[in-house]
Design a protein around this ligand. Structure first.
Ligand code: 3H9
Length: 694
């Protein structure tokens, strides 16, 4: 039986329905049923002249209950409630705080009046779940605020604030505090003035400028490559403008129902849940309190350090920036100022905000200035001896409670932890370049990291707007370890006869924002060659012999910066295939005695992606990632795995693990490399007839 989530009380002539369904007042069955009862109570009570819908807790209704999407729907469905609100003969007032989202906003749209706290925000985020509004968002919002504003909210999931909502007519009144009292007073006034009903459904269809919708279709095709829902949003808005209200509302609901069952929505809903599950750290009970972080330091003002400092400054933390000498420090400070200024130029922040952030930055060369720091992120040169030296100095200077996090990408954190007196306060916080832009934060648990340190780096990661995922020790952690397997396979495919442009086309066609060779040209062949040299000793004989990167670097083809790498670059910086690279590859194959053959696009895709999936299964087997969903979150936020395919593990699971295993065995025989042998996890899941998520 449902617990009661809606309570009703009458204050004079006004009924107040309070929704209390933690954590976000989602529209579970009990809430829908409770609100239908509230409308019935309003209609049947002659003393009651108006109804106010308000929520307890941190937010107004955050939308349909996503967890109910995978179950048979229990009546009353949301559409029934919305219809009751729309037809109600007495005024209903939605009183909103926090975020009024999705079905929550649709409820408000079906009310006669909408009031909110000035801190409230409003949105139709369904598109982010591969869905579209299904209970009036499409047919009502454009009528209320116009097509342009409405389409921006529907197709991109944009939130608007209360000030903007008041301007556009979404809200009738904004209040500074005491929403409940303010909404009651508003309702009493409406009643005193005669209790007028205002139905959004009665508003005229808004005009749409000729060509507007087609321009949006073209814009969204580029901006939301591969995603269906934004395009369907445009179709629905067009349909709404030419179809009678009731029929349009029915078509809106039918489309939403179809989208709920679509593979894209299933993938995006999986990612929504996976991102939240990733915040629950294995072995750290929910009651473990994170430490308080008031001041942060970043040691090493290089490219990564600057980006990391900006993440903290943006989130309002004072940052101490530690450099090794005057030149290094002033370059770092200048770099930070430049990035903030470019944010101002692009309209992302005001000059005042940039100035304020700069005023929170304290550059120093003196470790003694770290005496009040709670967390330091070390981002000095990627060299164990250098890092150990910095760790020892940090250890001496920092207060005992302070956390030392390293941004290393490859080094053994345990070796760093062992060099200080507080190994329990040492962890990894691995940012991705550019650190102030990329969402992924790989937090790394070292052998002795204390549970509250793990909880702290997770909560701080969220506060600075990142998507934190906890990983364990493993060379390259998770993201780069998997990337290196895809890169290796791409190199081997070149040896077998594919071209850089063929491989890039297949992978960007799959949905990655950029192919591996165009990406390597961006990173620079000198950087790639240095990384290869550092790892040469641990490589297999074929990897050691596959030195295409070294040959390109030796030929001065360093990538975009020299106008040539795997591709040629003109002034427009667009990669053009280069016959000289074909010759270099042909010579390499001849030197290695490798026969060249036709490589199909299917083979490219499967070898590149299955090599990653197999590695990920090994990572899970080793315990370096807690769940397959964590890998999906890492790859969609770190390296642009297309979100509508749910991440590598979700994608592989959908293909079916027996099929994945068979393909791995096929490539194991064809390529002759040990790494294609199916991981133990895949073998055992297939044997048990289970998938990654069962
Ligand atoms: C819709 O409305 C369709 C209709 O148009 C038509 C239908 C026919 N349901 O994010 P948080 C859980 S589609 C169930 O960490 P925050 C979440 O899983 C819906 N559960 O908090 C987490 O659980 P746990 C349109 C939900 O403060 C907990 O709440 N609405 C839902 O950082 C806390 O979440 C959306 O897409 C839900 N709808 O952010 C809104 N939402 O603790 C999606 C959250 O077990 N939600 N949970 O891990 C959000 O954007 C954010 O959660 C919100 C709060 C901004 C509300």
């Amino acid at each position: 039986m449902d617990i009661q989530t809606v309570t009703l009380e009458r204050q004079g002539a006004v009924l107040v329905a309070t929704v209390d369904n933690p954590p976000v007042n989602a529209l579970s069955h009990s809430v829908r049923a409770g609100l239908v009862d509230a409308v019935e109570a309003l209609e049947s009570d002659p003393q009651a002249k108006a109804l106010v819908i308000v929520c307890a807790g941190r937010t107004f209704i955050a939308g349909a209950d996503i967890r109910e999407f995978n179950k048979p729907l229990k009546e009353p469905r949301l559409g029934v409630l919305i219809e009751r609100l729309d037809r109600c003969e007495k005024p209903v007032i939605a009183a909103m705080h926090g975020t009024a989202l999705g079905g929550g906003l649709e409820i408000a749209l079906a009310c006669s009046y909408r009031v909110a706290l000035e801190s409230a925000r409003f949105g139709l985020p369904e598109v982010k779940l591969g869905l579209l509004p299904g209970s009036g968002g499409i047919v009502r919002l454009p009528r209320l605020i116009g097509v342009e504003e409405a389409l921006a909210m529907i197709s991109q999931g944009n939130q608007v604030d209360a000030e903007h909502a008041l301007e556009t007519g979404l809200l009738d009144e904004v209040m500074a505090d005491d929403l409940r009292a303010g909404a009651l007073a508003f309702a009493e006034r409406i009643v005193a003035e005669g209790g007028a009903i205002r139905r959004t459904s009665d508003l005229p269809v808004p005009t749409i400028e000729p060509g507007f919708l087609d321009a949006k279709r073209a814009e969204f095709a580029k901006k939301f490559k591969g995603l269906d829902a934004p395009q369907i949003a445009v179709d629905l808005v067009e349909m709404m403008s030419t179809t009678p209200f009731q029929e349009a509302a029915a078509r809106e609901y039918a489309t939403c129902k179809e989208l709920i069952a679509s593979p894209q929505s299933q993938a995006l809903r999986h990612l929504f849940a996976a991102e939240r599950a990733a915040l629950k750290i294995d072995g750290v009970p929910a009651e473990v309190e994170p430490r308080e972080i008031r001041t942060v330091a970043v040691a090493g003002p290089g490219v990564m350090g600057r980006g990391i400092a900006i993440c903290f400054l943006n989130a309002g933390y004072p940052v101490v920036l530690l450099g090794k000498d005057e030149e290094n420090l002033s370059k770092g400070v200048g770099g930070i100022r430049k990035i903030l200024e470019s944010g101002v130029k692009r309209g992302r922040m005001t000059q005042e905000a940039a100035d304020e952030q700069m005023s929170h930055l304290t550059p120093t060369l003196d470790y003694a200035d770290l005496g009040a720091v709670d967390l330091v992120v070390e981002a000095v040169t990627e060299d164990l001896a250098t890092k150990k030296d910095v760790f020892a100095r940090l250890d001496a200077a920092l207060p005992d409670r302070a956390i030392i996090a390293t941004n290393t990408s490859f080094l053994d954190i345990e070796a760093l932890a062992s060099s200080v007196t507080r190994p329990e306060n040492v962890a990894g916080m691995h940012f991705f370049n550019p650190a102030n832009v990329m969402k992924l934060l790989e937090n790394v648990r070292a052998g002795r990291t204390a549970p509250d340190v793990l909880a702290t780096i997770t909560s701080v990661g969220k506060k600075i707007g990142k998507v934190p995922v906890m990983v364990g020790r493993s060379e390259g952690f998770v993201a780069n370890r998997m990337l290196s397997k895809r890169s290796r396979e791409a190199q081997f495919l070149l040896e077998d006869g594919a071209t850089p442009q063929q491989i890039d086309k297949v992978l960007s066609g799959f949905g990655f924002p950029i192919g591996p060779f165009a990406l390597a040209d961006l990173a620079g062949m000198d950087v790639m060659a240095a990384a290869r040299k550092a790892r040469l000793a641990g490589m297999t004989p074929r990897e050691q012999a596959c030195d295409i990167v070294d040959k390109l670097a030796a030929a001065g083809r360093l990538g975009q910066k020299t106008g040539a790498g795997y591709y040629l670059y003109g002034d427009d910086r667009k990669p053009q295939p280069d016959p000289a690279v074909d010759e270099l590859l042909a010579a390499h194959r001849a030197e290695r005695g490798l026969p060249q053959r036709e490589i199909t696009d299917e083979e490219i895709l499967e070898r590149c992606l299955y090599a990653m999936v197999n590695e990920a299964a090994k990572i899970i087997d080793e315990g370096a990632a807690a769940r397959p969903g964590d890998i999906d979150v890492i790859w969609t936020n770190g390296f642009g795995w297309p979100t509508h395919l749910g991440g590598p593990m979700f994608w592989a699971n959908r293909i079916g693990l027996p099929n994945v295993k068979a393909a791995l065995e096929k490539y194991s025989a064809l390529v002759g490399e040990e790494y294609f042998r199916p991981a133990n996890l895949i073998e055992s899941l297939v044997a048990e007839g289970r998938g990654f998520y069962d």
